[in-house]
Unconditional design. Structure first.
Length: 232
C-alpha cells in the first residue's frame, strides 16, 4: 500500500508538468486495481437506484393511465474519463480525493413523458429512507444560458456487501422526452468544428429549446384535458 501511495505521489508530480498519452497510461495502470473495485461499487449503486425507479414507475402506473417514466439509461465513467477529469480539475489521483470531488462517476438518466412526471419521480425517490439528497440543480425552472433544461440530483445511497454497507454517490438526471431530444442534438451540433456564425446558431438553439418547452407545456395540458374527459 505504501508503494502504491508513493507511485501516486510521483504521478501527481508528473501530472503538474504535462499530461501526455504515456503518462496517462501510467496513471491508469497504477490505479487500475483499486479502481476496478470502486467502479464495481458504483455499478452496484446504479443497480439500486434503477430498481427504485422501476418500482416507482410500476406503483404510479397503478393510480394513473400512463407510466411517468419513458426510459432509464445509466453508465459508470471509465477510468480513462475519470483520470482526464481529475487532471482537468486539478484533483489528486487518489481514490479518496476522486470519490470526494467527482460526483458523476455513477450516472442515471431518467426520461419522463411530461414535466410534472419529472417532479413526481424526484419526490418519490427522495422520500425513501435510504436516499439522501446531497445537491440539487433545477435547470427546468431555471434553464442554463444555452437553453438546456433538466433536473440534476446528486444523491447518496447505500449498497450492501458481504462485509457491511457502503454509501455511494450517484448523479440522477431527470428530464422530459422533449428536453432529452433537444439536449442530445444540441450536444452533437455544439461539438462540430469549423462552424461559422456560432452566435446566431447558439441563439437558434436557445429559441428551439424554448419552443420545445412550450410543446411540453401544451402536451401536458392536453393530457389533463383527456384524462378529465375520461373521468366524466
Amino acid at each position: 500500500m505504501e508503494n502504491f501511495k508513493q507511485s501516486l505521489a510521483e504521478i501527481n508530480n508528473l501530472a503538474k508538468e504535462e499530461m501526455n498519452p504515456e503518462m496517462k497510461m501510467k496513471i491508469i495502470k497504477e490505479v487500475a486495481k483499486p479502481y476496478t473495485t470502486l467502479l464495481t461499487y458504483y455499478d452496484c449503486a446504479i443497480d439500486e437506484i434503477v430498481t427504485k425507479l422501476n418500482i416507482l414507475n410500476k406503483e404510479y402506473s397503478l393510480n394513473s393511465e400512463q407510466n411517468p417514466i419513458d426510459s432509464i439509461k445509466s453508465r459508470v465513467k471509465s477510468i480513462d474519463s475519470i483520470v482526464e477529469k481529475a487532471y482537468r480539475k486539478n484533483i489528486p489521483f487518489t481514490i479518496e480525493a476522486i470519490k470526494e470531488n467527482i460526483r458523476d462517476i455513477a450516472g442515471v438518466r431518467v426520461i419522463c413523458n411530461f414535466p410534472e412526471d419529472v417532479y413526481k419521480i424526484r419526490d418519490g425517490l427522495l422520500n425513501q429512507d435510504d436516499v439522501t439528497l446531497i445537491e440539487e440543480k433545477d435547470y427546468i425552472k431555471k434553464p442554463k444560458q444555452n437553453g438546456y433544461r433538466s433536473l440534476h440530483l446528486i444523491i447518496e445511497t447505500p449498497i450492501y456487501l458481504s462485509n457491511g454497507k457502503k454509501n455511494m454517490i450517484v448523479e440522477v438526471q431527470i428530464r422530459t422526452i422533449a428536453q432529452n431530444f433537444w439536449a442530445a442534438l444540441e450536444h452533437q451540433l455544439r461539438y462540430k468544428k469549423n462552424i461559422d456564425e456560432k452566435k446566431s446558431i447558439s441563439l437558434a438553439l436557445k429559441l428551439l429549446a424554448e419552443e420545445s418547452a412550450s410543446i411540453d407545456t401544451k402536451m401536458e395540458l392536453l393530457k389533463k384535458r383527456i384524462y378529465k374527459d375520461n373521468k366524466q
